[in-house]
Design a protein around this ligand. Structure first.
Ligand SMILES: [Zn+2]
Length: 500
């Protein structure tokens, strides 16, 4: 080999080696970055034991099959469509089946009236003594011994009479069910869906203010959540007066006791259910005096039934209601006496009063923030929340149905998960859109929103977060962690058997 040839050869060799070194370095840096992202994401620091690792492999294989199928066939990707178009297919997913059986800890953002679906509510309309004021525009219900005296544009009639007089009971019942659900095949904007939401809310409320029906409704709610492996619930409730058949109205405190007694009864039947706590709510359309009265009622509950009390919140469509600043004097007065769990930033509007509710919620010391959908637009506030460990209560399906987001891949939860931001998953009003109490929200978040790499650790951490960020005291939390641990181990063992 001549000198020139040898030099060329050496040159080529060195170039190849250095290209390989560059490539290896590049890959190492790339892997390090990916690894760092995984470790710093929610659940990334959890260590799985051998059994959990086995289940994780099974779970991730199933998840990959689902996601790869969607990636190849984006037109079949359900999570970019409206929830109602794929809701009934969810139960076919193998990933879903595992999530359904998984203990999910607590549901911390649930509204009392909207916990159950239309089928069960329809059954309740078969109870005796139910009158209705029923026209094309009006649907009101009231249980009574005698014909109700309240105004009705037609006449109050027993629902059973109308049902018996109809030619087609099935069609009659289907029409009744329509008043208890938001389900629709129509495209809707945010205002029209909220308009229907309010109508449905009032229809259901008019059915369940009757004390015996409320008792059934609430016991059944606990059962559905428990069967969905939810072990604890924080319920937002306006705690309205219940009535008896003869028209007697109960004190509002009666409802608190009813929640307490039924939960006690439920725990006798299902001893590993942890329990409930109440977040007292008032509509954000109220004036400041009404807010003061509601805060006084919250103070009373805290004083008389402290074990049932979590805190206070304002409810109703945020964009249409008054912002938190409007009630500042009353809220500041109460700030030291009770915990707040404010809805905030349930909006797509940036820089509007609704969006800035997030700022006031944090300044008022809110322990968690309901939705916080607009939060990623406020990095300074996010940093404060991260530092002070204020959790966001994310309700993905609610945000989809109430028209904040269409394709759930765009939901800000993806960012919260990537940042290991304090976050809990809940379902807001699952009954009204016919979702499972919490499993649909977990499944959609896991497969549709979280990274393809998010695994069993993400799911477990989300469940653990719901204990950590709950309103339970430290003893209650310790007990919850223990009960959860037992349930979790059982779940892991069972899933390995079922899936191998
Ligand atoms: Zn809510």
């Amino acid at each position: 080999m001549g000198t020139i040839t040898r030099n060329v050869f050496m040159c080529l060799l060195l170039t190849t080696i250095s290209a390989r070194v560059i490539l290896e370095d590049y890959e190492k840096t790339r892997n390090n970055l990916l690894e760092e992202e995984t470790v710093h994401a929610l659940g990334g620091k959890l260590k799985l034991d051998d059994e959990e690792e086995t289940l994780n492999k099974i779970l991730m294989q199933l998840k990959e099959v689902e996601i790869n199928e969607y990636f190849k066939n984006p037109h079949r990707f359900n999570f970019s469509k409206h929830y109602f178009t794929y809701r009934d297919e969810i139960s076919n997913s193998k990933v879903y089946k595992i999530i359904k059986r998984m203990p999910k800890g607590g549901a911390l953002h649930i509204h009392s009236t909207l916990m159950l679906g239309a089928d069960y509510l329809l059954n309740l309309t078969y109870e005796d003594h139910l009158y209705t004021c029923y026209t094309d525009d009006v649907f009101e219900l009231q249980f009574s011994e005698v014909i109700p005296q309240r105004y009705c544009p037609v006449k109050w009639t027993l629902l059973s009479e109308l049902r018996n007089a109809s030619d087609d009971v099935k069609a009659f019942d289907a029409a009744i069910k329509q008043h208890f659900t938001l389900y629709t095949k129509e495209q809707e904007d945010i205002d029209s869906v909220w308009k229907r939401f309010n109508k449905v809310y009032y229809a259901i409320k008019s059915l369940i203010l009757y004390r015996p029906v409320r008792e059934k409704f609430f016991y059944e709610s606990l059962k559905r959540f428990y069967n969905d492996n939810v072990m604890y619930i924080e319920i937002r409730s306006g705690l309205h007066s219940l009535y008896e058949l003869d028209g007697t109205q109960h004190e509002r405190m009666y409802m608190v006791k009813l929640y307490q007694n039924i939960t006690k009864k439920f725990r006798e039947d299902y001893p590993d259910f942890i329990g409930i706590k109440l977040i007292v709510t008032k509509h954000r359309g109220s004036d400041i005096d009404q807010i003061r009265q509601a805060l006084d009622f919250a103070r009373q509950i805290k004083r008389e039934v402290p074990e049932m009390f979590a805190g206070f919140d304002l409810v109703g469509q945020e964009d249409k209601g008054k912002p938190l600043v409007d009630f500042l004097p009353a809220l500041l007065e109460a700030k030291e006496e009770m915990n707040f769990y404010f809805h905030g930033g349930e909006t797509n509007w940036f820089g509007m009063a609704t969006d800035e509710n997030l700022i006031d919620a944090v300044l008022l010391g809110s322990k968690r923030i309901g939705h916080g959908y607009a939060l990623t637009k406020h990095p300074t506030l996010m940093a404060t929340m991260y530092k002070n460990d204020i959790a966001v209560e994310v309700n993905v399906i609610s945000n989809a149905v109430l028209s904040l987001v269409r394709d759930v891949r765009n939901h800000p939860l993806a960012v919260y998960l990537a940042l290991d931001f304090p976050v809990v998953l809940s379902s807001d009003d699952p009954g009204v859109w016919g979702a499972e109490p919490l499993s649909h929200d977990f499944y959609i978040s896991f497969v549709g929103v979280a990274s393809r790499h998010a695994d069993l650790r993400t799911l477990k951490q989300l469940a653990l977060n719901s204990i950590k960020y709950s309103a339970l005291d430290s003893n209650e939390k310790e007990n919850f962690y223990n009960v959860f641990d037992i349930r979790w181990r059982e779940f892991v063992k069972n899933e390995i058997t079922l899936n191998s």
